[in-house]
Design a protein around this ligand. Structure first.
Ligand code: 9MR
Length: 379
């Protein structure tokens, strides 16, 4: 089946029309025009960021400078649907730090200007991570200079965008249960050289450089049901509790939300965890949402249906938490996604984890997210 095949049949549309009398304009739009009919028809389907904003939610996506420049149609989709952008890689150390003494903001500045010129906000990812480090990092860093290297990176980078950021992922993926520590902290160069206090140092330095930015701890593998995710949640909760108790300036938890379509997205363990995070007075941000379809059947209609169901189930669950005011997907279109590369399908078919297909046409997942926003309580 070609990727350009309309996702909904006439019968689907008719069914939708019959069940959506008096429904919001975007649903009527979908019915009249048909999801996926032509590249231009959907420009009037409505905008994710608008419907999200009407519920007090800021919707946005990860973007790359290279694709925004090379693909104006995709850039148009981004400006239509997003109210906040996050660079996928341009703010990571390997992009920003060609040498120990230099900073190269050309990629991230370009995205920030793109966001600004289209009335969108800009968020930062990420200041402290043990991955995406430049080649010079490991041979250069040691017990004597680690603290200074960390603090000067944070003060320079956060200072560069001071007063202009929506939020910063200060520490990314700091927990790794398999590393075997009682506190669950991942064993990284920062931990080895600076001890668990590296997190305190990082948040304080970021706050000092930009007292207005929302500072976030961003983590993966928190969402699924089951024992492994439960251990991850317990470790993150204990970490957040320690940080808050010590007066560390942390304002939010980023839940990455890279989902496998088959996971129960609305499980009771996650629910308890989210309540506990809210009780600490922290915001919850959904920072990297996408739905992996690599284990689903190849049939596109079946696959898209299951993926859209997962988007809807997760969002209708998570948006009940009123501290969720920011929701980012890790890309908008299957034309540009990390998923097929990291999780290739056995049958060789292309992955379809995002809201728009590789021809930039809205998929059932788009409709599911619109519907979840529409049904979300106002905050
Ligand atoms: O999508 C990103 C990919 O292009 C990069 O090669 C990779 C390493 O920098 O990072 C990917 O983004 C990750 C994000 O930074 C942190 N959470 C998981 C994301 C997907 O791996």
């Amino acid at each position: 089946m070609s990727i350009g095949t309309p996702m909904l049949t006439r019968r689907d549309l008719l069914k939708l029309a019959l069940t959506t009398a008096g429904a919001p304009a975007y649903v009527q739009g979908l019915v009249q025009r048909g999801v996926g009919q032509t590249a231009d028809a959907f420009s009037s389907l409505g905008s994710l960021q608008q419907i999200a904003a009407s519920r007090g939610i800021r919707f946005g996506s990860m973007v790359r400078k290279k694709t925004l420049i090379a693909d104006p149609k995709y850039a148009g989709l981004v400006t239509q649907h997003c109210r906040v952008l996050v660079p996928g890689n341009e703010l990571k150390w390997d992009a920003l730090r060609p040498t120990p003494d230099q900073f190269d903001f050309s990629g991230s500045d370009w995205i920030q200007q793109f966001a600004k010129s289209h009335g969108m906000q800009f968020r930062g990812h990420t200041l402290v991570w043990e991955q995406a480090l430049p080649k010079w990092f490991v041979p250069t860093i040691n017990l004597d200079n680690a603290k200074q290297v960390l603090l000067s990176h944070i003060s320079t980078v956060v200072g560069h965008y001071a007063g202009q950021m929506h939020s910063w992922d200060v520490v990314n993926e700091g927990i790794e249960i398999e590393d075997g520590r009682a506190d669950g902290l991942k064993v990284t160069p920062w931990l080895i050289y600076l001890g668990p206090e590296y997190m305190d140092l990082a948040f304080h330095a970021a706050h000092q450089a930009d007292p207005k930015a929302m500072l976030v701890y961003n983590e993966n593998r928190l969402e699924p049901e089951g024992a492994a995710a439960e251990r991850q949640r317990q470790a993150v909760l204990a970490l957040l509790t320690r940080l808050v108790k010590r007066g560390v300036p942390i304002h939010g938890l980023g839940i990455q939300s890279h989902f496998v379509a088959e996971t129960d997205a609305a499980n009771s363990g996650l629910k308890r965890f989210l309540h506990a995070v809210e009780d600490l007075g922290l915001f919850i941000l959904i920072t990297e949402l996408d739905v992996r379809d690599y284990r689903l059947p190849g049939d596109i209609a079946v696959r898209d249906g299951m993926v859209s169901k997962q988007y809807y189930n997760y969002l209708s669950f998570i948006l009940k938490f009123k501290s969720v005011k920011t929701l980012m997907t890790w890309g908008l279109s299957d034309r540009y996604t990390w998923q097929p590369k990291d999780n290739p399908r056995n049958d060789g078919l292309t992955g379809r984890p995002l809201l728009f297909d590789a021809n930039l046409r809205p998929k059932p997942a788009f409709e599911a997210v619109m519907r979840a926003f529409d049904e979300a309580p106002r905050r």
